[in-house]
Structures are given as C-alpha cells and as structure tokens.
Design a protein around this ligand. Structure first.
Ligand code: AGP
Length: 610
C-alpha cells in the first residue's frame, strides 16, 4: 500500500526513482511524486494520477542529482490530488519525506503545529512529520537525531524516508508497521517498500525491523533502534532469490494474464520436494513440528484477509475432510478485535501473499501474545508475517504483481491440501486415501493448463455475461469458498456487483433477486450433491435467470445457458481447479468492459494500513 523508493549513489537518481516507482505502482496509483536536492534546496515534483503522469512532468525538467526519494500513493488521509501527493516538505522546503502508514495522532499534531505558526500545504496525516523533523533540526546534531525526535511525538505506523537539502549525501529511513528494505549496491544504496523496486539492481538486501531507523549513504548504512536510547542493531544482508526476470511480462499483455497463465508452474514449485510417495504424505519441514506435535493439534484455525481468507476457508474444509480435526477460518481483520479465546493446543495458520497485511500481522502478534502456536502461509520471503511467525509454509508462487491475487491463492490452497494430508496421515487417513491426494496434487498442473487452454471459449462466455450489473456465484460445501473467491475476483476487477451463495440458501431469500437481468454462475462438481445442484439450476432458470455452469460432471450442454468444462482430479481438490475458470471469467469480463485489470480502482496490492 503506497510505494516508497529512495536512492543514494553515483547514478542520476531521477531515472532510478522513476523506474522504481513504475515497478512499485501496483502498491498504490492515485498520485506520485519525487524530490531531489537542487541548488542547495529541494526540487519536488508531484502529480495526481499514475507514474506515467509524473514521468511526463519530470522528464522535460531533468533534475540533476545522485540522491532522491519518490512515492506512489494510495490515499488514506486526503483525496487523491497534486497537493496530497508525496513527498511532503516542511515550510522552508529543506526537509522532504515520503511516508507509508497512518499517523493516528495527526489531528493533534497538526493543531499543535498550526498553533506554532506552521502552515500546512496538504490534507495528509504525513505532512506533520516533515514539520516535526524541521522543528527538531536546530536542536540536534544529525538528521537521524531529528527524525528520531519527530518520531517520538508520532503515534501510528510508518515506513518513512527523509531527505535533507543540507545533507544531500544521505537519507534517513525508519520502519514501524510498514515495510522498508535496503538494497545494497556497489557504491550505491537503494531503498524501497518492496523488493520489486530493487531486484533489477541488486539481490543483496537488508529488511528493516519494526522500531528501526537507518542512516544510508552511498557506501554504508547504520541501523539502530528508533527510541531515544538508540541502541545500535546489527544487520546481515541476505541474498534474495527473486530475479528481475520474474517481474517481466514475458509476452503477456498484463500481469494478471501472466499470473493466471503461470499457475501450473507455480503449483509445481509449491509441490517440489514436498510429496512423499512412499508414505503417501507431505513433507513440510518449515512447520518445525514432529509427528507427536502434529498429532497433538486439537483444532486448526486459518486467518487471512480477502482472498487469503477464502483460501483459508478451503483449507479448513480440507483439514476437516482429510484429518478429521475441527477447523475454521476467520478474517484476520475481525479476529484481532474480538478478544479471541486462544487455544494452546490449536494450530493457527496466518495466510498472506504479501506477508505485510497489517490486519493479519496484528492477528499473529495477538495470538503469540496469548501463547498461541501460529505458522505462516506466506508468499514473500523476508516479509513481516513470515518473520513474525518464524515457521510455516512458503507458497513459492513467485512474485505476484497484479492487485487481484490468482497464483498465490492457488498455491495457498495447494499448501493447505498438503497440510491437511500431513495432519491426516499422522492420524487416521488411510494410505490409499493419502495416495489418492498425492496423485491428485501431482495431476493439478496439467489440469490447470487444460483449463487455461480453454481460454478462448471462456472469453466468449465472458463477453456474453459482461453486460450484467449483478451476478450470483453459487457453490455448496467444498465449492463454497470457491464461489466466494469467484465473486471476489469478478467484483474486484470488473466492478460488477457479485455475491456468493450456497445453492441451499438461495430459496431462503436471494432467489427473490433472480430475473432475466441477474445471471448466476453455478459450480457443479461431479460429487454427491450433483443432483441437488442441478435442481438449483432449474430453480434459477424457472425464474428467468441465466445460468453459467462450471462442471466436471457428465451433464448435457443444455443443462445451462453456457457451460465451462474442467478436468476431473480428486474430488477434494476440485475447488482448486474450479477456481481457474472463474479467474479467466473475471479477467475477460473486465477486459470486455475496458477495465485496468492490473490496477483496479480504489485498491492496492498489499494493505499495510487498517
Ligand atoms: C485478492 O484478489 C485481493 N486483492 C485481496 O483480497 C487480498 O487477497 C487481501 O488483501 C490479502 O492480501 P495478502 O494475501 O497479501 O495478505
């Protein structure tokens, strides 16, 4: 949520910063800005709109300098506008800051500063930080000390990057609840809120921890704790295995299409080395739990937000079905606020693609505070949730750039199938059933590719349904989380209102909404509920509603107005396969409607604010 880029080194900073912003734009895209030292002062250029709009403003000017900061914004306080775009400066124009996060006492700080005669130039909560730093400068000996003093007055979350016109060879950066990573180059340093902005420059990185501040120069960085006691911290650079090539579009028109198409390979990566054919089970060494501990798990609780939560619902269904352990899923955003009873014998699973979602991180911290055992199911290595959990399953989906999550969600489901298999096999799941799941998991990549090969037909169906204002997604039991994910994908990128219902619930109310204007997507797996799901289709058709059936059952084409057929795998894994055509349906509906599929309105990729 919001992207930060900083550079100090030997190259012209302007182009490094603009390129970094372009790579981070998926984190926020309502406005953008850049600040560089110039002639003893600062040159700040910012604009409402996309990074390209900023580039159009900056490039004709050409700011010369080898240090600078930049930002792409997702609005929290203050509408998207030129004046609310970052960087923000103090009144003298000496200090510029870019900030991710939320300052909770911003109103109080603003009132106090206005009382002292400070004039504000924006409606943001962030601007106060620039004024506080400027006020502290005359009383301190370093920029870092001034930032430290300012942060002592601030309550809230921040990833903060500060530039001082009087010290053009250094930047100060601080982190509390919003990610900051340093990229270490050869005589140059990169700073970003996400490795995506760094990987085409360097693989050597340092992740700041919450409560850390750093002074960064071209050939060195020094970290310490943010408090006044300023204890030095030791950071050992790590080498990340993500490469710039993984961020390339590789011939696809957009990241969403690329990430949907990547899924077979992503699943292969998630399965690699984790399936045990001999004992028909899974190896998940990252859990750091021996068989006795696995047997001692009394219940499994999955926690995540949005699509990660729906994947958790699927995980809970798989655990109950395969391991016969009670399992539930809950939005992490709600869990942390309801004073949950934490069961010391339960296994809590924190699910997150980004590993930075504030609500999920806070749920992990709340669980740990109460003595709960929590593991991560996280895609981004080195992310806050992965580090906070310390144990878990990496998703190995590769970088996911498009705001709508696809391959990460698929790999969440695959990981939970392996977790359920492992938990089941240390209990009463038979070797024969274990083998069925192992074989099913093995066959998933080919089945995914078979669905993707059907894309032209799905695109035609999407074009037929794209004029709808509202849609139902109907799925029962195992297919219920898939129906919810299908509705989420459609509304997120096409802006068509979509709701998921269990077929069994339709007649208890929602059926009243069915008419010729309200199509339904009905998930029709070849399972024990097939006849009942066919009855649901009849009930919808009898009220004039159009039906798109997604099925792996041997049903006639005329059972619905349109039919998408998917391959059979293993019934427990059907929800994973059924998700893929729903992604393609949403994608092509959005394209038909001319939407920006990678950057849907009002959203951002990782939600690092409440
Ligand atoms: C998915 O398409 C959404 N963009 C969103 O619901 C997302 O899954 C959610 O914000 C959680 O993100 P995370 O996996 O990075 O924690």
């Amino acid at each position: 949520m919001c992207g930060i880029v900083g550079y100090v080194g030997r190259r012209q900073a302007e182009s490094v910063l603009l390129e970094g912003l372009r790579r981070l734009e998926y984190r926020g895209y309502d406005s953008a800005g850049i600040a560089l030292p110039e002639n003893g002062g600062l040159r700040v250029i910012k604009t409402q709109g996309r990074v390209q709009d900023l580039r159009d403003k900056v490039e004709p000017v050409t700011i010369v300098g080898t240090t600078g900061i930049a930002h792409t914004r997702w609005a929290t306080h203050g509408e998207p506008s030129d004046r609310n775009a970052h960087p923000h400066t103090d009144s003298s124009g000496r200090i510029a800051i870019v900030h991710n996060g939320i300052i909770e006492n911003a109103d109080q700080l603003r009132a106090e500063l206005i009382g002292q005669g400070v004039a504000f130039a924006s409606d943001t909560d962030s601007e106060a930080i620039a004024h506080l730093i400027a006020a502290a400068l005359p009383h301190t000996t370093s920029l870092e000390a001034a930032v430290r003093s300012a942060l002592a007055q601030v309550r809230g979350t921040y990833g903060l990057l500060v530039l001082d016109a009087d010290r053009p060879d250094e930047l100060v950066v601080a982190r509390n609840g919003s990610p900051i990573v340093l990229g270490i180059g050869d005589g140059e340093m990169f700073i970003a809120s996400d490795v995506a902005a760094l990987v085409h420059h360097t693989q050597r990185v340092v992740f700041l921890d919450d409560g850390e501040i750093a002074t960064v120069r071209a050939d060195e960085f020094r970290t310490s704790t943010v408090g006044f006691d300023a204890e030095h911290t030791t950071k050992v650079p790590t080498t990340i295995d993500v490469t710039a090539a993984e961020y390339a579009l590789a011939g696809h028109p957009d990241y969403l299409r690329k990430e949907i198409a990547d899924q077979a390979e992503a699943v292969r990566r998630a399965l690699r080395g984790r399936l045990d054919h001999r004992f028909a089970t899974a190896h998940l060494g990252g859990l750091a739990m021996d068989p006795r501990e696995l047997r001692g798990v009394s219940k499994v609780v999955f926690l995540g937000c949005g699509s990660a939560y729906y994947a958790g619902q699927l995980g809970a269904a798989l655990v109950e079905e395969l391991a016969r352990i009670p399992a539930t899923a809950e939005p992490a955003s709600e869990f942390r606020y309801r004073n949950p009873v934490v069961d010391p014998d339960a296994l809590y699973v924190a699910i997150s693609q980004s590993g930075e979602t504030m609500d999920t991180l806070a749920a992990v911290q709340e669980l740990q505070r109460k003595g709960g055992r929590v593991i991560g199911a996280v895609n981004v290595v080195g992310s806050a949730i992965a580090r906070q959990c310390g144990a878990g399953m990496f998703l190995h989906a590769g970088p996911e750039v498009s705001v709508a999550s696809t391959k990460a969600v698929t790999n969440m489901a695959v990981s939970f199938a392996m977790l359920a298999l492992l938990l089941g096999r240390v209990r009463d799941l038979s070797a024969a059933d274990g083998k069925r799941i192992v074989d099913g998991l093995h066959s998933l990549p080919d089945a995914i590719d078979a669905v993707i090969a059907d894309e032209p037909a799905i695109a035609q169906i999407a074009a037929r349904f794209a004029k709808a204002q509202n849609m139902f997604f109907v799925g029962r039991v195992r297919m219920w989380p898939t129906a919810r994910e299908g509705a989420q994908k459609l509304k997120e990128i096409s802006y068509i209102h979509a709701e998921a219902y269990q077929g069994s619930e339709l007649k208890h109310g929602p059926l009243a909404l069915i008419d010729a204007e309200m199509p339904s997507v009905v998930l029709l797996p070849d399972d024990e509920l097939l006849a009942k799901n066919l009855t649901t289709i009849e009930q919808i058709k009898a009220r004039g509603g159009a039906v798109l059936a997604v099925t792996n059952a041997d049903v006639p084409d005329d059972c619905a107005d349109a039919v998408i057929r998917v391959p059979k795998t293993t019934p427990e894994l059907d929800p994973i396969i059924f998700t893929i055509p729903l992604q393609l349906l949403a994608y092509h509906t959005a394209l038909t409607l001319g939407r920006d599929v990678d950057k849907p309105r009002n959203l951002a990729k990782s939600v690092t604010v409440e």
